[in-house]
Design a protein around this ligand. Sequence first.
Ligand SMILES: [Zn+2]
Length: 188
Amino acid sequence: MLVSGMGVRVIGKKISPKAVPEPIDRDRQKMQALAAFTARSLGTSTPRPFGAAIVHSQSGKVLLRALNRVAQEHDPTSHAEVRAVRLATRRLRQLPLAGFTLYTTCEPCPMCMSAILWAGLDRVVYSATIEDANRHCNQIRIPATEVASRSDMSCTVSGPLLREECYGLFTHPNMLRAFRSWSTRKRT
Ligand SMILES: [Zn+2]
């Protein structure tokens, strides 16, 4: 399909047999799997609502998944997304991570979004929002899209996707109990 007019030309994508799910279906599938992975922590002594996965953008193959480990590592930078980026670059011995997409149960904070941009990932897909997380713990309230738009790097930011499902990680009774001991818990 070729549409022209007013000096704008839009060339439609070729339709080819589908060997892989449509991106939106795949995004949902990947996010559901990540939510399930993250939910497993809710039954442990250290529940966490923050999980991230790095997935090959074309094949959909999951390279790795990671949880937030700030408390375990006594490291304020050990957010799930930063850990996933670090693990991926070390495992692949590769930078940039072009050709990969990062899925995260919560919209990346400015630190994580910066790491995603510096890592050169193709896309980030998030579920719950920074505002959702901010009901329970402190946040830096700058949207991921704003961090991306102010950078020289290109990374597509998609979300929120399956927001209710991943927000459920924050409101699980075990998580609500655990938040009380977080140093970054929301004090109102
Ligand atoms: Zn973060």
